[in-house]
Ligand binder design. Structure first.
Ligand code: NDP
Ligand code: MG
Length: 387
């Protein structure tokens, strides 16, 4: 039995992970769950999985959960805030931490988990975009694994297998293209509802907007570069609307390996949690004859400016990617809140990146400072548009 903690248990990935775990028998024990503010769902998860500890964002909600647990004679310990997330990430008996919180919130608990000798199943790509090389170095020193949950990275990981990394010629990172790849709609007129209607994946709001701007693919290219230690110029994006080929790797001899399945996050989640074993199939098996055709197109860097910004920031390195990701988080939130238009998202991110003096640092606190600066600067730029 593998002891697990899940950070972000009430989110899209967290819920799918718990659904998978519930279907397996005595293979995983849930020791810790961390949520943000959805305490009704967290209560259901506590009743079902009886974790030894949970955490929520606010102290107020922590007190509510504490009382609720006491009334039911549950022995679950309740924590809150950033420290609470770290507590859940570092529970002594936990072997693997699934990090599925959204945004930069994931960075410090991830580092804490690695420092406490935990293996990590990583969905939270923003932490790798912020401080990827530091995280991978720390994981190596601690001899713990960082296994990808992101479907493309799970595909790449499986395609590379035991191959010598030196023989990787290219990584072909597939992208559905989101709802606007073929659309002629003016980006200014795109509503929140339009942008949340992803054609192939059902995900949390932030990543769904990132998929519509293609920032998600930019973040994923950086994530791939860090996870597999491959330079950005060897990572190519391929638009593949069917989302059946989850990514490919080309080797020096011209062989291209691909990983295919129906689009369902259960598979990459279960692979990261069960690795190196393969468990039963809990998703609809792939029938290529019913899929019919698989298409592949080149991405449009001019139409999807976020993609261009992400590649350029990755090449600059240092704090550039952390600043870009933080500015994007703020811009996406403002778009969801109706403060800015869809086409303002890349404009805000670009302005913040242009204003930033990049530093190369091995100090995680300096990266966090850059992230905070970017958030404040993005808010200022948004206020200029909004008021
Ligand atoms: P969701 O928005 O659905 O879920 C986010 C989770 O994080 C929720 O449990 C939320 O809690 C929790 N959370 C948010 N803020 C805090 C906080 N300050 N403290 C503690 N918990 C917090 O996101 P997704 O599941 O879609 O995505 C999670 C991560 O996985 C992202 O980095 C995303 O890019 C990545 N990913 C997601 C995929 C998907 O299919 N969804 C695919 C590949 C990667 P609550 O809801 O209770 O407030
Ligand atoms: Mg992905």
């Amino acid at each position: 039995m593998k002891n697990l903690s899940i950070l972000g248990s009430t989110g899209s990935i967290g819920v799918q992970a718990l659904d998978f775990i519930a279907k397996t028998k005595n293979e995983f024990k849930i020791c810790g769950l961390a949520a943000g503010s959805n305490i009704e769902l967290l209560k259901k998860q506590i009743s079902k999985f009886k974790p030894s500890a949970v955490s929520v964002f606010s102290q107020d909600n922590a007190e509510k959960i504490q009382k609720w647990c006491k009334d039911r004679k549950y022995k679950t310990k309740v924590f809150f805030g950033e420290d609470g997330l770290i507590k859940i990430a570092t529970i002594k008996e936990v072997e693997t931490v699934l990090s599925a919180v959204v945004g930069a919130t994931g960075l410090q608990p991830l580092v804490a988990a690695i420092d406490s000798d935990k293996n990590v199943a990583l969905a939270n790509k923003e932490s790798l975009v912020m401080a990827g090389s530091l995280i991978m170095k720390r994981a190596k020193e601690k001899n713990v694994s960082v296994l990808p949950v992101d479907s493309e990275h799970s595909a790449i990981f499986q395609c590379i297998g035991k191959e010598n990394k030196k023989s990787i010629k290219r990584i072909l990172l597939t992208a559905s293209g989101g709802p606007f790849y073929k659309s002629n709609k003016n980006f200014e007129d795109i509503t929140v509802e339009d942008a949340l209607a992803h054609p192939t994946w059902k995900m949390g709001k932030k990543i769904t907007i990132d998929s519509a701007t293609l920032m998600n693919k930019g973040l994923e290219a950086i994530e791939a570069s860090v996870l597999f230690d491959v330079p950005m110029d060897k990572i190519e994006i391929v638009i593949h609307p069917q989302s059946v080929v989850h990514s490919m790797v080309e080797f020096s001899d011209g062989c291209v390996m691909a990983q295919l399945s129906n689009p369902d996050m259960t598979l990459p989640i279960q692979y990261a949690l069960s690795y190196p074993e393969r468990k039963n199939c809990y998703i609809k098996r792939l029938d290529l004859t019913s899929v019919g055709k698989l298409e592949f197109f080149k991405p449009d860097f001019k139409k999807f400016k976020c993609l261009d910004i992400a590649y350029k920031c990755a090449v600059v390195g240092g704090t550039a990617t952390a600043v870009m990701s933080a500015a994007n988080e703020i811009a996406v939130k403002s778009f969801l809140d109706g403060k800015i238009k869809f086409n303002d998202i890349p404009e805000i991110v670009q302005k913040v990146v242009n204003n930033h003096k990049v530093i190369k640092t091995k100090d995680i606190n300096k990266i966090i400072q850059a992230d905070l600066w970017a958030r404040k600067t993005a808010e200022e730029k948004i206020a200029e548009i909004f008021f």
